[in-house]
Every structure is written in structure tokens, then in C-alpha cells.
Write a protein that binds this ligand. Structure first.
Ligand code: PLP
Length: 372
């Protein structure tokens, strides 16, 4: 077999991520590669940092893109803030909460798990009760936007509870950043990680993170070295920190960062609140269309993510056959149910550039054609 260049088809991406990447971002990716310590690249890094601070609505000095996907951002938060023997209250209401528990255990810390049903938000009352039972807990971890179910939880209330109990908070904002209200400083959140492939509509493989001054203080006071050399923020700060001269830590994904810069610029040009409102409007249009076709949403309206719509698969409909017909006949990708929801739901993403009237109409028309 002779190998040849790879030319993927032009899909319409309406799954749980990646979302469609705008031509403007792809064009940025193909600009000439320069060195990761080139003074011009260093000034781009400063700009990326301030655009990320805008996206997160935070003045946190330690705000940067980790050179690896969202899972690495998750790991960066846990390994830097936890030490062996710590007690962590960790909330599980879907797949990604489950991964947080795994991270806590692998740090040698004790996970006090607060379980909520898949498809429901994290219960603030249950978390309050867990803090009462475990006054030694020094961290609370939860997912803002659970991509596996399409549900959001109350970041402001949960972070306030953590503060009240002198604990820091880790919040997964992989699916929320850019797609729904998130105000890191106003809500008092301490360590947050995200991904580039969802509502930022950038290429996958980078994880924006931000750490509050209290989180940085805990990192500086650590007695146990962070078990991961690559994700040790004290070392990464030498390259991204901005306090001293930037020193080599690893070779940054230079072109992918051009793409991230462009996508953050597009978010700034649109305006964060306008982007949140666009996601909400397209979500409402999609839900209205799906319900008019007789389909049912899987999540209560009060906790639905605008950017990730969980839809019940009707009785007798072949899940995989529908998804492959959408892909093969319409070049349209939607997501399958994950974990406990496999075979029960479809997950329709309206994330970033994929949150548009055009996407809503394509999806409704294609589903109508395949289902009826
Ligand atoms: N957390 C959430 C809520 C996610 O949706 C995802 C990815 O879908 C991740 C973490 C992991 O991100 P990545 O796949 O970029 O490693």
C-alpha cells in the first residue's frame, strides 16, 4: 500500500467536541513556524494570556494554555493543589466527575465522593453536608458543564461553600468556557481548566488553565514535589509566568497557539456576553425544532447546557444506524450517549462556531430525513 496525503471530508461537527473550526483559525495555524523563545512569539504569549484572562473573566496572573488536551489541564490542577493525605470533596454526576475522583486517588489523597444522578446538577446541599462531615477537607472539585449528560451546576454557590470551609475549588470548564456565563473572579473559583476544541472552536490539544492567588500560594507552600515534572506549575511558570525572563521548559505548540490566539481574538471581537447569548438563542431554536419533531430532551430545562443538548433516543430507533446515516449521507457528526447513557441519548453540540442558525437548520433537516 502506498501512503498519500490525508484529505478529510468537510464535516459539520455537532457532537460533544471538537466543534467546527472557522477558516480564520485554520489559516492562522498555517502561518510560518517561529521559535518558541523568539521575542515575537513571547509577545504573542502575553497577548494569549490577556485574552484568556478575558475569556475566564479573571485577573489571575497564573493563566496559561497547557500544551496538551483538557485531560492534562485537569491533571495539572489536581497534581499541583493536592498532596498525599489531603481530603477532597469531589462531585460526581457524570463521566468527567468520575475522572476527577481517579485524579484525586492517584495523588494519594482521600476522595469524599458526593454522588448525584446522571442528568442532574451537583447538589449544593449534599456538598454542604459533606463539608460538615469532613471539616478537614481542603479542596472541592466539580464539573461546571458535564458534557456526558448536558447539565450544568452552580459554580458561584459551590465555590462560596468551599470558601466558607477554607477549602480551595477546582472547576472543570472544558465545555463551558466561551459558551455560557462563567465569571472566575466574581464567583471566587480557584483553579479552572478548559479545552480549546469546544466553545472556543480552536483545534483540539490545548488546555487553558487559571489559578487564583490563593491557589498559587498553596502551590508555593507545597512540601511534596509535584509528581508530574511536565505539569509542575512552579516549573511551567518559568516559561509562562511573566515575572522573570522566560526560560525554556518545553517546546510550545507554536502553530496551535497561533490558532488559539485567533480564536480568542474572535471571541473578544464578538464579546463574551454576546457569545453566551448566541449559544442560548441557538439552543432554544434547536430544542423547539426537536420537540416539534416529537423528540424529547433528556435534561430538565432549568439545568440544560445550551452548547450540549441531550436528546432521548425514541423507542425502537437504532442509535448507531441513525448516527452513521447522518455522517455518511449528510457529513454531520452528532454524539452518542456516554457511559450510563450509551444507547439512551444523542448529544447534539452547538459549541462555538457550531452554534449558528445554519447548524440548527442542517441538524433538524438531516434528522427529519433520517428518522422519518
Ligand atoms: N472534562 C470535560 C467536561 C470534557 O467534556 C472533556 C472532553 O470532552 C474533558 C474533560 C477532557 O478533555 P480532552 O478530551 O481535551 O482531554
Amino acid at each position: 500500500m502506498t501512503s498519500s496525503s490525508f484529505f478529510p471530508p468537510q464535516r459539520t461537527l455537532m457532537g460533544p467536541g471538537p466543534s467546527d473550526v472557522p477558516a480564520r483559525v485554520l489559516a492562522a495555524l498555517s502561518r510560518p513556524t517561529i521559535g518558541h523563545l523568539d521575542p515575537l512569539f513571547v509577545s504573542l504569549m502575553d497577548d494569549i494570556k490577556s485574552l484568556l484572562q478575558y475569556a475566564f473573566q479573571s485577573d489571575n496572573a497564573l493563566t496559561l494554555p497547557v500544551s496538551a488536551p483538557g485531560s492534562a489541564g485537569m491533571e495539572a490542577c489536581f497534581v499541583n493543589l493536592l498532596s498525599p493525605g489531603d481530603t477532597v470533596i469531589v462531585c460526581s454526576n457524570g463521566v468527567f466527575g468520575g475522572r476527577m475522583i481517579e485524579n484525586v486517588k492517584r495523588c494519594g489523597a482521600n476522595a469524599v465522593v458526593v454522588e448525584d444522578e446522571w442528568g442532574k446538577p451537583v447538589s449544593v446541599d449534599k456538598v454542604a453536608a459533606a463539608f460538615e462531615r469532613h471539616p478537614e477537607a481542603n479542596l472541592l472539585a466539580f464539573v461546571h458543564a458535564e458534557t456526558s449528560t448536558g447539565v450544568y451546576s452552580d459554580v458561584a454557590a459551590l465555590c462560596a461553600l468551599a470558601k466558607q470551609h477554607n477549602a480551595l475549588s477546582i472547576v472543570d470548564t472544558v465545555t463551558s468556557l466561551g459558551g455560557m456565563e462563567l465569571r472566575v473572579d466574581a464567583w471566587g473559583a480557584d483553579a479552572l481548566y478548559s479545552g480549546t476544541q469546544k466553545c472556543l472552536s480552536c483545534v483540539p490539544g490545548i488546555s487553558p488553565v487559571t489559578f487564583s492567588p490563593a491557589a498559587v500560594e498553596r502551590i508555593k507552600q507545597r512540601k511534596h514535589p509535584v509528581q508530574s515534572w511536565f505539569l509542575d506549575m512552579q516549573l511551567v511558570m518559568g516559561y509562562w509566568g511573566g515575572e522573570s525572563k522566560r526560560a525554556y521548559h518545553h517546546t510550545a505548540p507554536v502553530n496551535a497557539l497561533y490558532a488559539l490566539h485567533e480564536s480568542l481574538l474572535m471571541l473578544k471581537e464578538e464579546g463574551l456576553e454576546a457569545a453566551w447569548a448566541r449559544h442560548q438563542l441557538n439552543h432554544q431554536a434547536l430544542v423547539a425544532g426537536l420537540e416539534a419533531m416529537g423528540l424529547e430532551m433528556a435534561v430538565d430545562a432549568a439545568h440544560r447546557l445550551p452548547q450540549l443538548n441531550s436528546v432521548r433516543i425514541p423507542e425502537g430507533v437504532d442509535d448507531a444506524a441513525v448516527r452513521s446515516a447522518l455522517l455518511n449521507e449528510f457529513d454531520l457528526e452528532i454524539g452518542a450517549g456516554l457511559g450510563a447513557l450509551a444507547g439512551k441519548t444523542w448529544r447534539i453540540g452547538l459549541m462555538g462556531h457550531s452554534s449558528s442558525a445554519r447548524h440548527v437548520l442542517i441538524c433538524l433537516a438531516a434528522l427529519e430525513s433520517v428518522l422519518h
